[in-house]
Design a binder for this molecule. Structure first.
Ligand SMILES: *Cc1c(COP(=O)(O)O)cnc(C)c1O
Length: 390
């Protein structure tokens, strides 16, 4: 079974580049250049140098002593929370800003929901002295004021999207409109979503997560492969990166956790793989939450980073082929898991990451098994939600 992109930009039946004709030139330019650039020695050495001395990689693979005792198995935490800016998103923005630089682009466009990707983009734009325009739903601008302030302090222009529900979907539409109007800009997408080649490009840039896990496990366990890797899925970039080097290693179980919100049988959920059907969103064919008329159903999750009505096409394919098992965790499951991690290990996870941790309550592992849970980000940004709910 092939779990990677084919030469037409599809993962099985999912993916592709369904875009307005006006963007064809931009997408073609990127598609023709991205692999050569990503595989060039120039790019590789600069990417590695920045991950090392700017982002702070490799991130630790922490053996969770108390959690392991509690769940009667061997649990390791992959600490993406310790990256500069507090999550895995910077792995991708560092890579794409280098790509933009190689392509000679001077203006960067991004969309953001909770603001995490916007902050990671504004950060690398400041570092490279490039103009940064971030589209953000007007409602999100209000709800995520601290991240808006961060982006502004980093020199970015935040443009509120006032159409539709004034959230991520609308911000994405505005970003695409901006790109059409300003074709010399570079559109820096924040997850494994969007038209080909973005899903593959972002997967490759996040694959550093599984590359490091393999190296680190050899030191810990004298073997490269754990028995199981668990990650949360919004658009799916931290999961895609965490699974990347294990996809062809059959003995490694891969588990992805979606946000069930208030429950998958309520209308307030973001569990796209569980309840979604095939359709088109943000330029690719994938699974999404839609009604019978093909109207997108507004997603809901307590976690802003998982509150997305689609999912990267790689995940639609990995679900369809059965390579990855997709489960879901409710708001309540995630809140409980966050508290367990904080009290047992002294680590406050992002609410998104807490969904991955919630899998430990849902799956029975054996005592000698080695489980790696991706802590995709830190919980500082979620303290208000934790205080209001715990
Ligand atoms: C954005 C975000 C996510 C969700 O994005 P993916 O592309 O699914 O990884 C998960 N965790 C954190 C901490 C985030 O900031």
């Amino acid at each position: 079974m092939n779990y990677q992109i084919d030469n037409k930009g599809f993962y099985g039946e999912f993916g592709g580049a369904y875009i307005p004709e006006l963007l064809r030139k931009n997408i073609d330019e990127l598609e023709n250049a991205y692999l050569d650039i990503l595989e060039s020695e120039d790019f590789k050495s600069e990417y590695a140098r920045l991950l090392d001395n700017y982002v702070g990689r490799p991130t630790p693979l922490t053996f969770a002593t108390n959690l392991s005792a509690k769940y009667q198995t061997q649990i390791y935490l992959k600490r993406e929370d310790l990256n500069h800016t507090g999550a895995h998103k910077i792995n991708n923005t560092i890579g794409q800003i280098l790509l933009a630089k190689h392509l000679g682009k001077k203006r960067i466009i991004a969309e953001t929901g909770a603001g995490q990707h916007g902050v990671a983009t504004a950060t690398v734009c400041a570092l490279f002295g490039l103009e940064c325009v971030v589209h953000m739903g007007a409602l999100d601008v209000e709800r995520q004021a601290p991240n808006v302030a961060r982006m502004q302090m980093l020199g970015a222009t935040v443009i509120p999207a006032t159409s539709g529900n004034q959230t991520l979907k609308d911000a994405t539409n505005e970003a695409i409109r901006d790109w059409i109007a300003n074709p010399h800009s570079f559109y820096l997408i924040g997850s494994v979503v969007g038209p080909h080649p973005y899903p593959d490009m972002v997967s490759r840039l996040q694959s550093i997560i599984s590359e490091e896990i393999k190296e680190q496990l050899v030191k810990e366990q004298d073997k490269q492969n754990p028995d199981c890797v668990i990650a949360c899925v919004g658009g799916g970039s931290n999961a895609a990166g965490a699974f990347y080097h294990f996809l062809d290693e059959k003995e490694v179980d891969l588990i992805a956790v979606e946000a069930a919100g208030k429950g998958i049988d309520t209308s307030e959920t973001a569990a796209t793989i569980t309840i979604g059907t095939t359709g088109f969103i943000h330029g690719s064919k994938t699974l999404l939450m839609q009604d019978d008329d093909g109207q997108i159903i507004e997603p809901y999750s307590i976690s802003a980073g998982l509150d997305y009505p689609g999912v990267g096409p790689i995940h639609a394919h990995l679900a369809k082929t059965g390579r990855v098992k997709y489960i879901s965790a409710t708001d309540e499951d995630a809140l409980k898991a966050a508290k367990v991690l904080a009290l047992n290990e002294g680590i406050i996870p992002a609410l998104e990451s807490a969904h991955a941790l919630a899998a430990l309550d849902k799956i029975q592992f054996k005592k000698d098994e080695v489980i790696v849970v991706i802590v995709s980000g830190r919980g500082d940004k979620d303290m208000e939600t934790y205080m209001n709910n715990l």
